[in-house]
Ligand binder design. Structure first.
Ligand code: C5P
Length: 223
């Protein structure tokens, strides 16, 4: 029996959430999508008409907002904001475009990181995000950093949207994820970067199953 949590970080669209979900299923762990938490808060801020650069208002909002992730067997994750299901709503383009601004506020991060650590303390988890290996779970024994070329990441997002029957423009997607990566990498508090002890996996030319197999073999090898 394994012991210890798995941390997965990387830029937008590198395949983190799909890989994390599959890995969690195989290990019998809980999958925790921390990006969904930043997205839920952003969704609420936009709904309230709060400017994403109004730090104080965002901090107050983070304090009074109840964000809850429900993991069901099979790895399906539902996201709730103050009791309302927002699983789909938080994937809207408007949220994607503003989430990095919300996520750069230190006090907002502190509050969400506290929740994330609580979830990891009472469950075995596969957690994905931007600062999991560096900050949320620095003691996690298994850390991965997934990357892929910008062109490949944009292409994957594009195909996902098409498959879901949603309108999509490849160039626009490319721009949006690039902008988000720059913002996430350059912010002052807990920027996107690999932990020194993370295994870096370039997924550009890999199928998702290959990525998961790679992670599994590293986990069992170290065990
Ligand atoms: O993972 P996802 O792409 O849904 O994350 C959305 C945004 O949330 C990221 O672009 C980043 O700004 C923020 N985020 C973060 N720290 C995390 C997870 C996500 O800052 N651990």
């Amino acid at each position: 029996k394994l012991s210890g949590n798995v941390a997965i970080d990387g830029p937008a669209g590198a395949g983190k959430s799909t890989a994390a979900r599959l890995l969690a299923q195989k290990l019998g762990y809980l999958y925790i999508d921390t990006g969904a938490m930043y997205r839920a808060l952003t969704w609420k801020a936009l709904k309230r008409g709060i400017n994403v650069f109004a730090e104080k208002q965002l901090v107050a909002l983070a304090e009074e907002t109840n964000i809850y992730l429900e993991s069901t067997t099979g790895g399906i994750l539902k996201v709730y904001c103050d009791g309302e299901e927002v699983t789909k709503a938080i994937r809207q383009e408007n949220v994607s475009c503003h989430v990095s601004a919300v996520a750069r506020v230190p006090e907002v991060r502190r509050r969400l990181v506290e929740l994330q650590r609580k979830m990891a303390a009472s469950n075995r988890v596969v957690m994905d995000g931007r600062d999991i290996g560096t900050n949320v779970l620095p003691e996690a024994p298994y850390k991965f950093f997934l990357t892929a070329s910008l062109a490949e990441r944009a292409q994957r997002r594009y195909q996902e949207l098409l498959a879901a029957g949603q309108p999509a423009a490849l160039e626009k997607i490319k721009e949006e994820i690039h902008k988000r990566d720059v913002q996430d990498s350059l912010r002052e508090v807990d920027p996107l970067q690999p932990a020194p002890d993370a295994v870096i996996i370039d997924t550009t030319n890999l199928w998702i199953e290959e990525v998961v197999d790679k992670m599994l073999s590293i986990i069992y090898e170290r065990h």
